[in-house]
Ligand binder design. Structure first.
Ligand code: SAH
Length: 214
């Protein structure tokens, strides 16, 4: 899978290739799902695990802000795959936090991570998974060098902008039916620069009730 993404030019970073090889996607998808196919897959609760090329793209966009010792937040952590990758990149001196509003998904993400190469980081506490409304971020470990949002926000959530460190970067899909993957940089003076990376299709960042009824 990783070689394929490298051949097609999706992965250019060695570090991202290595982390995606180390965290085995097969441990994070439901049984009988083709783990390495380059498409999103159903994980229940009207949610999906993102396609490998989207995981790779987001890891590359955030790579500079996922250096050892840095703090990373994964909103809408779903299966926990990307949170585990973040944890491997920031290492035992860093912090990787996953926030997901479906308690069953948080429980299964912890099971998935326990089988993966990121298990020691979960055990020692540099990686942690939480039930919560990700639109509020996770203030306890803020500010963050890197924030990833795995669901599409109708508009930019202020709490997440507030929890971004000066010099930090957030990658977030914004929009309703048509969404743009936005790259949000908080400059050292606290001002914000935003650019659109690509058009994307994510599940909505919404309330738990709205998601379960959709
Ligand atoms: N990156 C994850 C993507 C999962 S899909 C993965 O690849 O596994 C998006 C996730 O966002 C879903 O699990 C959904 O339950 C969650 N979500 C949607 N709105 C949310 C909210 N307000 N707070 C927390 N999680 C949310």
């Amino acid at each position: 899978m990783v070689e394929h993404l490298q051949q097609y030019g999706v992965i250019s970073s060695e570090k991202v290739a290595r982390v995606m090889e180390t965290i085995d996607r097969a441990l994070f998808v439901p049984d009988r799902t083709p783990a390495y196919a380059d498409c999103p897959q159903e994980i229940g609760y009207n949610a999906t695990i993102s396609a490998p090329h989207m995981h790779a793209t987001c890891l590359q966009l955030l790579e500079e802000k996922l250096q050892p010792g840095m703090h990373a937040l994964d909103v809408g952590s779903g299966t926990g795959y990307l949170t585990a990758c973040f944890a491997m990149m920031v290492g035992p001196q860093g912090r990787a936090i996953g926030v997901e509003h479906i308690p069953e998904l948080v429980a299964s993400s912890i099971n998935n991570i326990e089988k993966s190469a990121a298990a020691p980081l979960l055990k020692k506490g540099s990686l942690s998974m939480h039930v919560g409304d990700g639109r509020e971020g996770w203030p306890e470990c803020a500010p963050y060098d890197a924030i990833h949002v795995g669901a599409a926000a109708p508009e930019m959530p202020q709490a997440l902008l507030d929890q971004l460190k000066p010099g930090g970067r957030m990658v977030i899909p914004v929009g309703n039916i048509f969404q743009d993957l936005k790259v949000v940089d908080k400059n050292p003076d606290g001002s914000i620069s935003i650019r659109s990376e690509s058009s994307v299709r994510y599940v909505p960042l919404t309330s738990r009730d709205a998601q379960l009824q959709s």
